[in-house]
Design a binder for this molecule. Sequence first.
Ligand SMILES: Cc1cc2nc3c(=O)[nH]c(=O)nc-3n(C[C@H](O)[C@H](O)[C@H](O)COP(=O)(O)OP(=O)(O)OC[C@H]3O[C@@H](n4cnc5c(N)ncnc54)[C@H](O)[C@@H]3O)c2cc1C
Ligand SMILES: NC(=O)c1ccc[n+]([C@@H]2O[C@H](COP(=O)([O-])OP(=O)(O)OC[C@H]3O[C@@H](n4cnc5c(N)ncnc54)[C@H](O)[C@@H]3O)[C@@H](O)[C@H]2O)c1
Length: 469
Amino acid sequence: MVSARVDHADVIVVGLGPGGEDAAGRLAEAGLDVVGIDERLVGGECPYWGCIPSKIMVRSADLLAEGRRITGHAGTAMVHPDWRLAARAVREATADWDDKIAVDRLTGRGTRFVRGTGRLTAPDQVTVADADGNETEIRARRAIVLAVGSEPAVPPIPGLAGTPFWTNHEAIEAAEVPRSLLVIGGGAIGLELGQAFNRFGTAVTIVEGMPRLLPGEEPEAHELLLRVLTEDGLDVHTSALVGSVAYRDGVGFTTNCERGERLTAERLLVATGRRTDLARLGAVAIDVDPDLRALPVDDRLRVVPPVGGRPGVWALGDATGKGAFTHMSMYQAEIVVRGILGQGGAVASYHAVPRVTFTDPEVGAVGLTEAQARGKGLAVRTGYADLASSSRGYVHRVGNEGFIKVVADETSGTLVGATAAGPYGGEILGALAVAVHGRVPLEVLREQIWAYPTFHRAIGDALRGLGTT
Ligand SMILES: Cc1cc2nc3c(=O)[nH]c(=O)nc-3n(C[C@H](O)[C@H](O)[C@H](O)COP(=O)(O)OP(=O)(O)OC[C@H]3O[C@@H](n4cnc5c(N)ncnc54)[C@H](O)[C@@H]3O)c2cc1C
Ligand SMILES: NC(=O)c1ccc[n+]([C@@H]2O[C@H](COP(=O)([O-])OP(=O)(O)OC[C@H]3O[C@@H](n4cnc5c(N)ncnc54)[C@H](O)[C@@H]3O)[C@@H](O)[C@H]2O)c1
């Protein structure tokens, strides 16, 4: 038997997505000997199969929609979608799914890079296997950072396994648009990509198991998106669970929903959430139950605090289950870096997590929804303003649907959550995110002057809807 090579480092970072890469680079720049490990591409999901390429597709699709809106409002326009242009922009942005630039960026900051699969094999040790199966045991002197992200959670639907279904990877890499696409899951991925493909000519069906699209957001966001997507021509089914899937070469997919609908499509996209495989990561080596959905972390992002000279284990990003967003991974990376460098008591706070679903209209939200606030027993008041009937909505005309909803806690006299859905919803969210993050008193917000005629001026209308008590 050939024994594994042995190496040592101050810090081992497993997974080099947005947060892992940032943490590895900053720790190396601080003078530590850092080894960064990734089995795929440095940069992770976001630049290659997530945020960036999906938003390029969304932007391309939105341009088509805006072009189609010209007729009847500013002239006439004939729009001829050409997916090859969007696909080319995606290929350019991902450098054809090549991470040379990212590897150079990482090593340029002083991190040692190892391409391979990392697995915890002792509380202070990660074993890396390269593509040829060669193993290296790396022992950490100071810290291990687990930043392994997430992968699609594919539901155990009879018949699905073994079919050529798409995940976000195949959808992002698509060189051609399918004639028809069935999307399982009416969350962020399903709606963003479903609407984008539809605008390029694909007949899209969305099958969502819960009663509402974006089930974690306000019900008004569901009502808005259901109306707009249906008007766009998408076929949306809610409270619909797929009971079985069948695939035939050259024909495509047939799915049978449990309540009877039979749906067919050339392609099938599974967008039913994400999971982190803790068993594969060797989580038992640090006494973590591998069946957990996420790595359990304290408010300093520690899975195992450093004790008596033993290295600590930190986690960040999707793998912590605190919100699968690039901005969350980056936020947590900051806290992890400061914790490892011993730079004071940086702790994570999740009371103002912003999120934006980049559909058209965009759905931006921060903090608690009304239902979540009521679930916490807060003294809830809500205010609502319709964007279409605002002055800006009136002048904007076509494509003006949206709303602002604010959720206040009477006891603290602050906003605890808000939603900005509509044109530029994600941008308008900025003002609301500051209010929730900074716990700005309602009486201060009510004194604010909101520029006329903007969409964000509707925040003032929604605040008035709270009443004055
Ligand atoms: C289609 C899509 C669109 C999205 N759009 C947005 C958006 O608009 N805005 C937003 O904020 N977020 C968006 N996200 C989410 C965002 O991409 C993720 O939240 C973010 O990438 C998570 O970062 P991370 O640092 O946790 O790790 P990831 O980006 O998931 O990267 C983890 C890395 O770890 C590596 N790895 C895993 N296991 C091992 C192992 N055992 N050994 C070695 N390497 C390993 C992987 O190869 C990967 O490179 C989107 C996601 C998808 C799928
Ligand atoms: N704009 C963004 O920030 C953005 C965009 C895309 C993805 N993301 C991140 O990536 C994560 C994953 O995206 P996602 O869309 O896969 O997950 P999601 O959790 O946002 O949505 C998954 C949806 O699938 C539904 N579902 C689950 N199982 C089902 C089943 N068997 N049948 C029918 N419906 C089912 C769920 O009810 C849910 O509505 C998101 O949670 C988000 O954090 C973010």
